[in-house]
Design a protein around this ligand. Sequence first.
Ligand code: PBG
Length: 327
Amino acid sequence: MLHLFDRPRRNRKSSWVRAMARETHLSADHFIYPLFIHDGVGNVPIQSMPGCSRLDLDGLMTEVEGALNDGVGAIVLFPAVDESLKSSLGEESYNPEGLVPRAIRRLKAKWPTLTVVTDVALDPYSSDGHDGIVSPYGRVLNDETVAVLAKQAVCQAEAGADIISPSDMMDGRVGAIREALDAAGYTEVSILAYTAKYASAFYGPFRDALDSAPRFGDKKTYQMDPANVREAMREVAADEAEGADMVMVKPAGPFLDVIRAVRESTPLPVAAYQVSGEYAMLKAAALNGWLDEKKVVLESLTGIRRAGADVILTYYARQAARWLRNG
Ligand code: PBG
């Protein structure tokens, strides 16, 4: 019979052939697992993120041990800071006895090779709930904030952080942090910059988890407009020039085209953050029995990888690692 059309189905005919033809691979090597910690006693479940809790430091140790057993070797810490320690200048962010430095020291004492990523921004420490210092007129001040972020980064490096991850979106913070780290002798501590971080409503559950929602206004004067992609290229160029080791796009699912564009504009590794709201959507549908959780989660993570992400920050890291291992 004359063949007048192509037959792509031949490359799908069995699981072995499909495996040979597969273009994108997903494994626990690509995951960073975000964890919420607090100074209270016990683990407190987060309402809008079923399966996630604010962990106390013992709970953190248990969770990290579980993650390592599942094959996840990188975590990022987010602190829920007691209201009484919050201030307009966010001084608690660089307290060497603060929650994050104490957590890092405990983790590193037990697992020196665990990759500990830390978030740099003022929102958990700010009485205004903003990522930076707010002026009396309600502006988030750029350069004053950057000076505090540099101190926060050095404090985290001192405690043993491997990768410092500024999520604040101030201009020039990557360069200032790089300079401060180098001046303090931390030339080997890396910077994973939140490069294209959008002013997204998908962060809602995270802000519930940390009690860190802005007390007034929104974050649109520093986080990016979700309508923009060319602007992300400017951010990539700046972060690269200032010394970022890796760049990030956040959120992930609704911004796959941005991940692709960033991938094509830089040789640096690209990370993408499947944020709290993306987790909440998948989890809610799964708990209602409306979607097959394992299949949709692996599909969404594969989509993020296919778009060009090397690394994925995901609350599903442990579960996905187990699914990938056990089928
Ligand atoms: C704070 C920060 C946020 C997230 C990570 N770091 C929230 C925000 O910018 O308001 C969001 C993560 C998530 O939603 O999972 N700088």
